[in-house]
Structures are given as structure tokens and as C-alpha cells.
Design a protein around this ligand. Structure first.
Ligand SMILES: Nc1ncnc2c1ncn2[C@@H]1O[C@H](COP(=O)(O)OP(=O)(O)OP(=O)(O)O)[C@@H](O)[C@H]1O
Ligand SMILES: [Mg+2]
Length: 509
């Protein structure tokens, strides 16, 4: 009786499938080193399914072998198997799921591993890891479930997890290495960061070097080029990864509130400050502070930030005590700080302190067709999963349309464009007409400017024209217009201000 109840409880834990899937997708969302990610995934799965051991094996096509990638056997560093050998090798070759119970005398059980490790395999569940094209990249194998044997439900869960693992691998350069004979260096493996263009490979190299240190990093690039994503990659690949990553958007708050947000305040610092509050720098102690839109930081605060960079010291608002923090700073902006320095809008000394490591992210149009297609495929897959739709490829016409577009909103614009197409398209593939980006520039508003062609406009005139048109198309709603342009709402508001766009009239006004 007791035993049955005990194993019943274990089974209950073992079948809490949703929480395992959620835990894994949470891991997948954080841009961390692939090896660490896979190790965490296999640990979570092994524990949740009450298995004794779990291993992810990947296929090394050059050598025709499987190698253990995560969940190493403690006894040996890496296990290599020939494809076809043992249960894992069989699953790698056939793509079939294998479930073996305690009493099985299946000849495929590879006893040589047991002999090498001194471990007695009793029950096995092994499923293939397939990429979105269906090709087997490797297998996930669980051994010796406590209580009962593995069953079909366990197999279903493990297959669902395997497809998440495949999705992660597909976004890294490890994927290329697994697929093709030309090996890319393994250093380029930032989960969630897609792209193999030479410009991006250079970025990964700098990210890898910078992540290993505490150096301050300044990330620049147009809107939507991935500055936030790279900032997170730096943190999650740094020794600080277990400590907080705290992001502050310098554009979103007025100066007085930003100071409070960054440094916190003492009780009684201002009317209504009836409690002491901890600022972002304190909250991030031991971790990383990401100062987004640093170009918007008001001048008086630039001096205080400089002090943090130089001395790691500050005072809370309304406080006298000097506090010290151990933080790494990553800043980002889409503004030209050098030009702001020249116009005395940004402190020169701060600028140089920030750009110890300077990373300039290329615009999407500079990254070439290969990156564009990889990103499009990545988003097609991601949004198909998110919205519960089947994966559908792009038609050649849709691809041509993507290539012809100049992507002023960069990756975010592409992301929104593909998401919308995935949700709204009806056919078996995504066609050009399903892509919602604005096509060739509309001739009508151009006529209003008196110019005969786009080429006759200055950059500012063109931006003004573009923004005005998109705003009109969205009835003056800035949030929706910003989304359609693929830029942030604050960026749009700033541009409206700077360009003095006549923006507020609803259509017809
Ligand atoms: N290399 C990449 N691979 C896949 N997705 C990416 C990549 N870079 C960015 N993204 C995605 O594109 C979107 C825009 O990226 P992000 O927000 O980091 O850009 P940004 O440069 O900070 O934009 P902004 O200047 O508007 O703040 C995000 O959803 C991000 O996850
Ligand atoms: Mg950003």
C-alpha cells in the first residue's frame, strides 16, 4: 500500500507536463549560452519525469557519430556512439520513438555503455530531436524511471520538449555545424540571436570577449536592430548571469523620475516619499544595469551616471550616505552620440566612459539576403508555434517582396510583419499579399510636397512624409502607427517632435 501511494505521488509529479513545458520555454526565452541552456533543460526534464538520468545526444555528421551534449554521465566526459548503435543510435537513424520496459531484452540495448559506466539500464525512453524541416539533429534519452515504466504520455511530453530543443538549436550556429560539413566556430552560439552574415559574426566575437569581462559596453544601431537582445546576451553570457539584469528606459520618464528610478530615494526625500525606495542600481547589485535610450538621459543626470561609472558610488535622492554597488553597465541608443557631444547635448567624458567597448549593430538591409531569410524562417516558426498554426513557408513572391523592402524598422518590423502574416494568411504558404508592409511609396502625398520623385526629397522630408502617412492610415493613433512602422512608441513621439510632423489631425481634418 505504502509503496503504491508513494509511487502514485511520484507519478503525479512526473505528469505535471504543463509546468515542465513552461519552465523550458522560459529558459528558451532567455538568451543564454547554448551549453548551459541544454544542461538546464535536461536537468529539468529528468527531474520532472522522475527519471534517473537524461542525456541529449547530437549527431556529428562528419564522423557519422552521436555525441552526448548535455546531461553527461558522471563517469565519462563525453559519450560517442555510432549512428545505429544502441537505442540512441537507433533513434537517431530511424527517427522513431523507443520505449523499453524493465523486462525488455531488446538487442538494441547497448550494454557496452553500461559496462563502461558500471550503470545498469533498466528502462529507456528515447525520442528524436527534429528540426523544422523534419531532419533528425539528435535524440533525447531518459533512463530508469522510478516507480512505473515510461509510457506513451511520457513519450508525448518528451517529443514536445524535443521540438523546443530543436528550435533553440536551429537559432544558433551550432545548427549549421550539425547540418553541414563546413564547421562554424562554436563560439557563436547565442540562443535567440539569428544571423550568420560577416557583420554579425564580428558582433558575436566582440560580445563573447566583452561578456567575459566587466567592461562597459555601448550598443548603437538603428531602431529594431537588436540592441536590447545583444545587451541581454552580454549579461547572460557573463559571469554575472545568475545575478539580476535590470533594464531602465531613459526615454520613458521625465528627469526627476529617472533619478528616482536609478538611485532610489530616502524616506521624506520629497512629498509623498513616505518610504525609502531602492533604485535600479542597488537592485542590480552583482548583476548588470542596461541603460536603454541613453541618448535621452538629461544632462544633470549624466554627471551622476559618470560618477557611478568612475567610482561605482552614488547617493539616494534626499540621502547623504554614499552607497557603493557592484554593477556592470551596458548602454544602448539609436542616436548619434558623437554628434550630440558636438552639440553639447551629451557629456563628452561620459561618452568616452560608456564606449569602452563599442558595438554598432548593422541595419537589416546591410545584413544581406541570407540573414533576412534566416530571420524570416525563425519568425515563421516561432509565431506558428505561438499561435498554434502549422508552419507555412514563404512563396517565392513573398520572399521577393521581403528582399525588395528596405526595412526602416529593421528586425522588429520584420518580426511584426511575419507575425501578422502567420496569423492572417489562409493558404498553405505565406504569399506576398499576406505581408502587411507598406509597398512602394505612395505617389499621392509625394505630390503634396511638390517633389516629382522620392529622390528629390531630403532625408527629413522623407521621414516626415512617411510618418505623416502612416499616422493618417491609423487615424492618428500613435501606438498603432509605431507598431506598423516597427519602431517604439517613444521613438515615434520623439521623431514627431523633432520633425514637427503635422500628426494630430484625424483623417479628413
Ligand atoms: N539577431 C536577432 N535574431 C532574432 N531576433 C532578433 C535579433 N535581434 C533582435 N531580434 C528581435 O527583434 C526585436 C527588436 O530587437 P530589440 O528590441 O533588441 O531592438 P532595439 O535595437 O533595442 O530596438 P529599439 O531601438 O527600438 O529599442 C526583438 O523582438 C528581438 O527579440
Ligand atoms: Mg531597445
Amino acid at each position: 500500500m505504502r509503496e503504491r501511494r508513494a509511487s502514485g505521488r511520484r507519478r503525479e509529479r512526473a505528469v505535471d507536463y504543463d509546468s515542465v513545458l513552461m519552465a523550458v520555454s522560459e529558459l528558451v526565452r532567455r538568451e543564454i549560452d547554448l551549453d548551459i541552456l541544454l544542461a538546464k533543460v535536461i536537468d529539468a526534464v529528468t527531474a520532472a519525469m522522475a527519471a534517473d538520468r537524461g542525456t541529449i545526444f547530437l549527431i556529428d555528421r562528419q564522423r557519422g557519430e552521436l555525441f552526448s551534449k548535455a546531461g553527461y554521465y558522471p563517469e565519462v566526459r563525453e559519450i560517442r556512439l555510432e549512428i545505429g548503435q544502441g537505442i540512441a543510435g537507433h533513434v537517431a537513424r530511424s527517427g522513431e520513438t523507443v520505449i523499453l520496459g524493465r523486462d525488455s531484452d531488446d538487442p538494441r540495448l547497448h550494454r557496452a555503455i553500461d559496462r563502461a559506466t558500471g550503470y545498469a539500464t533498466q528502462s529507456v525512453l528515447c525520442v528524436p530531436v527534429r528540426d523544422s524541416g523534419g531532419e533528425v539533429l539528435g535524440v533525447i534519452q531518459l533512463l530508469n524511471k522510478q516507480g512505473a515504466d515510461f509510457d506513451e504520455r511520457d513519450a508525448g511530453l518528451l517529443r514536445a520538449l524535443a521540438s523546443q530543443v530543436a528550435m533553440v538549436i536551429e537559432t544558433t550556429s551550432l545548427y549549421r555545424q550539425l547540418r553541414g560539413p563546413t564547421a562554424a566556430p562554436l563560439a557563436y552560439r547565442y540562443n535567440g540571436i539569428v544571423g550568420q552574415s560577416p557583420a554579425m559574426l564580428r558582433i558575436y566575437e566582440v560580445v563573447a570577449k566583452a561578456a567575459a569581462t566587466d567592461a562597459t559596453v555601448l550598443v548603437t544601431g538603428e531602431t529594431g536592430t537588436g540592441k536590447g537582445a545583444i545587451a541581454r546576451a552580454i549579461h547572460y553570457n557573463s559571469p554575472r548571469r545568475e545575478r539580476p539584469f535590470v533594464a531602465v528606459d531613459c526615454a520613458s520618464l521625465p528627469a526627476t523620475l529617472i533619478e528616482n528610478e536609478l538611485f532610489g530615494h530616502e524616506r521624506g526625500a520629497f512629498t509623498g516619499a513616505d518610504q525609502r525606495s531602492v533604485g535600479k542600481f542597488e537592485a542590480a547589485d552583482g548583476g548588470t544595469v542596461f541603460l536603454d535610450e541613453i541618448g535621452e538621459l538629461p544632462l544633470p543626470l549624466q554627471g551622476k551616471l559618470l560618477r557611478i561609472l568612475q567610482e561605482r558610488a552614488f547617493e539616494r535622492v534626499g540621502g547623504r550616505r554614499t552607497l557603493e554597488v557592484d554593477v556592470r553597465i551596458v548602454a544602448a541608443t539609436n542616436r548619434d552620440l558623437e554628434e550630440m557631444v558636438a552639440r553639447r547635448l551629451f557629456r563628452e567624458d561620459l561618452y568616452y566612459r560608456l564606449r569602452v567597448v563599442a558595438l554598432h549593430l548593422p541595419a537589416l538591409r546591410e545584413r544581406g539576403p541570407v540573414d533576412l531569410e534566416m530571420l524570416a524562417a525563425h519568425f515563421l516558426d516561432r509565431f506558428a508555434r505561438r499561435h498554434g498554426r502549422p508552419f507555412r513557408p514563404l512563396t517565392p513572391a513573398a520572399l521577393a517582396r521581403l528582399r525588395a523592402h528596405t526595412w526602416p524598422g529593421n528586425i522588429r518590423e520584420l518580426e511584426n510583419c511575419i507575425e501578422s502574416a502567420v496569423v492572417l494568411a489562409d493558404g498553405p504558404a505565406i504569399d506576398a499579399g499576406d505581408l502587411p508592409m507598406t509597398g512602394a511609396p505612395a505617389p499621392a502625398p509625394l505630390a503634396e510636397t511638390g517633389a516629382s520623385s522620392l529622390a528629390a526629397l531630403t532625408w527629413d522630408e522623407m521621414e516626415r512624409l512617411y510618418i505623416g502617412e502612416v499616422l493618417r492610415a491609423h487615424g492618428g493613433n500613435r501606438s498603432r502607427a509605431a507598431k506598423a512602422m516597427g519602431i517604439g512608441r517613444t521613438t515615434l513621439i520623439r521623431k514627431i517632435r523633432e520633425l514637427a510632423v503635422a500628426a494630430d489631425e484625424p483623417p479628413g481634418a
